[in-house]
Design a protein. Structure first.
Length: 455
């Protein structure tokens, strides 16, 4: 009598399909998040004018600097939770999430208080043009008051993706986008007795949308019995666990340093752009908003690579990491090439969505076409850095990223501005990204040699 047949082990899906299963919902989620900001800029530009767009743009780099702090924390939590999830340890994932919440709450409250007090002084130091300083200050203070909602929502979406749930954040951000779509114009026109809030309408709408999206996301987790849903176990885990916090910060601080360097560069560049008047500031704000869309696939690919690498490390499959990197780079090259071609062709129409004044729109179109191609280099860098980060290697890639921004991009921008004026500042961004890609490729090649051979 022959022995019973052993069932064949399940065949793992190809890596590109695993990428897309996480990437597509994440792209849609991030697209909804960006849609809210883009719609706000469209409302401001067409209902209030160039000065309103400039007032919002004047504070954007500062707010990005603050978000960089929680983005680093979220990255550290995402890697540790992804590794715990890949190893089949949900209790460990919950403990990491609890410590991350405690840190994010503390950080957001400090930012809220300090930012509201010092916002006018900071905007003045940045050289914000006098015609928009008052509106920019009000806009900044409203955004800073909403810091706890923004920070916790950002953390919650990162944590959800770390355990493979990319759909719940998608639904939450859909809600946030709908809230912004309705609230911003109502506050601009003062409908039904609401106060007319000018440029601050967009900030009030964004804060309310983040709060409602966070509440819905937590409610949804609770209803689905999500392992990280709010409840007795998670509440008990919200505390400052020294060991977990050190592990999070070991990954998160280098990631934050890279984001902080980008934010510092944006602030310095904005200071130079402000010298050319508020029309240049408005063009910069419109291009920044549009470039957020162009960068979206690159950033989402980097996050996906981090999650897949963390899962592989947790499952003891480090030999799979080079394949994860290779698949991500190829996907990024295909997607981003198509995006760049579209942007180059549609640049006048895209800038016209936000800016009504022809001379400002023409300036923004030139800037958009100058910087858009840099996202091709960004895509390769984010994937390689994401895979190394997911494995726990963060310091050297982060230091290379900081060096590319502070030691190459900014000096290059200063040199080009002295010779070519405002247009020279714009060229520094894509050239800096190209230099960063070269350095990260060299770093990845060295890191890969230490990995075990693929099976």
């Amino acid at each position: 009598m022959s022995p019973p047949a052993t069932p064949a082990p399940p065949v793992a899906p190809p890596l590109w399909r695993t990428y897309l299963a996480l990437l597509v919902p994440m792209l849609l989620t991030n697209a909804l998040q960006l849609a809210a900001g883009t719609l706000d800029n469209i409302y401001l530009g067409h209902m209030l004018g160039t000065q309103a767009v400039a007032a919002a743009a004047a504070f954007f780099p500062v707010f990005f600097l603050l978000l960089a702090l929680v983005m680093g924390l979220a990255t550290g939590a995402m890697v540790l939770i992804g590794q715990a999830w890949g190893a089949g340890r949900p209790q460990q994932a919950r403990a990491v999430a609890g410590s991350a919440v405690a840190l994010a709450l503390t950080l957001s409250l400090l930012v809220m208080v300090a930012g509201v007090i010092f916002a006018p002084r900071l905007l003045a130091v940045l050289g914000t043009p006098a015609p928009i300083l008052g509106e920019a200050t009000v806009y900044a203070r409203v955004l800073l008051l909403g810091a706890p909602a923004f920070f916790l929502l950002w953390l919650a979406t990162a944590v959800s993706r770390a355990v493979g749930d990319a759909k719940t954040p998608l639904h939450a951000l859909l809600l946030a986008t709908l809230v912004g779509l309705l609230c911003t114009p109502l506050l601009i026109v003062g409908w039904a007795g609401l106060p007319r809030m000018g440029a601050a309408s967009a900030a009030v709408s964004a804060a309310l949308a983040a709060l409602l999206a966070l509440a819905w996301l937590l409610w949804r987790w609770h209803r689905l019995g999500h392992p990280l849903a709010p409840g007795h176990d998670l509440l008990r885990a919200i505390r400052f666990d020294g060991g977990l916090i050190r592990s999070m910060l070991r990954i998160g601080v280098p990631s934050s340093l890279q984001m902080l360097s980008l934010a510092i560069a944006e602030i310095v560049l904005l200071g130079w752009i402000n010298r050319h008047g508020y029309t240049a500031t408005a063009a910069y704000g419109a291009v920044n908003q549009l470039m957020s869309w162009v960068q979206l696939p690159a950033m989402s690919l980097g996050i996906t690579a981090t999650i897949l690498a963390a899962h592989a490390m947790g499952a003891g499959r480090a030999a799979r990491l080079p394949a994860i990197a290779r698949t991500g780079v190829l996907l990024g090259a295909a997607m981003l090439s198509a995006v760049v071609v579209l942007v180059m062709v549609l640049a006048p129409w895209l800038t016209g969505l936000i800016l009504a004044a022809p001379e400002v729109r023409e300036l923004a179109t030139l800037q958009l076409r100058t910087v858009a191609w840099g996202v091709l280099a960004m895509g390769g860098s984010t994937v390689l850095v994401g895979v190394m980060r997911g494995s726990g290697t963060v310091l050297l890639p982060a230091l290379l990223g900081v060096s590319a921004v502070l030691l190459l991009e900014l000096p290059l921008a200063m040199w080009l501005q002295a010779r070519h004026g405002l247009h020279g500042v714009w060229w520094a961004w894509p050239l800096g990204l190209l230099a960063m890609l070269v350095m990260q490729v060299a770093c990845f090649a060295r890191w890969r040699r230490r990995l075990p051979a693929a099976a």
